[in-house]
Design a protein around this ligand. Structure first.
Ligand code: HEM
Length: 194
């Protein structure tokens, strides 16, 4: 995983607990004194080891931890990409552009491997994600989307369909803006996952 995300993981632990807890977590995970530079790629096994160990230390299930972490990093991701974010966008507009603009860019320029995020508008206030990644971190995606909604002052709900964690080849998740008035499906670009 890219060092920028690993660095955010460290900040997540230090802000929610403290520096000593991060050091203890690293030691328990067999990664004592490891430093994460935000310009280097690290082996995914280190991310997994840290999250599994954090789950053992706190009793919080791995998927819940990943989701809360995703929510935590959403604002930072938007702010660091601000130059590419159009001022008129809200949650669903940003999500619709993640793959082509943001993940596409980091894939080409940073030579990292973010997941393929196929977001398709399936209604005026709804968007469906088809997620595929060998890391199977759909919980991080759910958390980031929730965090993007918070950034824009919109409450985002979701319904889950297939999931890689249950053996499917990809995860399908419908996200919708809670309390939005119209849910009329769009005539164009709609896609059914029935
Ligand atoms: C807003 C919606 C976004 C979602 C739902 C999302 C989702 C994810 C997920 C789930 C991962 C974990 C790795 C995996 O599943 O394989 C990830 C990794 C990553 N994302 Fe995003 N992301 C979003 C926005 C962004 C933005 C705006 C950036 C801009 C810099 C970004 C950059 C990255 C990078 C650098 C990684 C690490 C990839 C690697 O180390 O190979 N993401 N993203």
């Amino acid at each position: 995983m890219h060092g920028m995300i690993m660095d955010m993981l460290k900040r997540f632990v230090v802000e929610n607990y403290d520096e000593a807890t991060w050091k203890q977590l690293q030691e328990n995970a067999g990664l004592k004194n490891k430093v994460y530079f935000p310009v280097i790629n690290y082996d995914d096994s280190e991310t997994v080891q840290l999250v599994v160990t954090a789950s053992e230390m706190t009793g919080i299930p791995v998927q819940n931890l990943l989701q809360v972490f995703g929510e935590y990093i959403a604002e930072d991701l938007i702010v660091m990409s601000k130059v590419l974010v159009r001022p008129e966008w809200k949650t669903l507009d940003l999500l619709e552009n993640i793959e082509t603009i943001f993940h596409g860019l980091v894939r080409d320029v940073w030579r990292v491997h973010p997941p393929v995020l196929d977001f398709v508008r399936t209604g005026e206030n709804e968007i469906t994600l088809n997620y595929a990644s060998k890391r199977k971190m759909c919980s991080v995606a759910k958390g980031i989307v929730t965090g993007v909604g918070k950034y824009y002052g919109e409450q985002i709900g979701f319904r889950e369909g297939s999931c890689m964690l249950r053996g499917a080849s990809s995860c399908q998740i419908q996200f919708y803006v809670e309390g939005a008035q119209s849910v009329k499906p769009r005539a164009t670009r709609s896609k059914s996952y029935a």
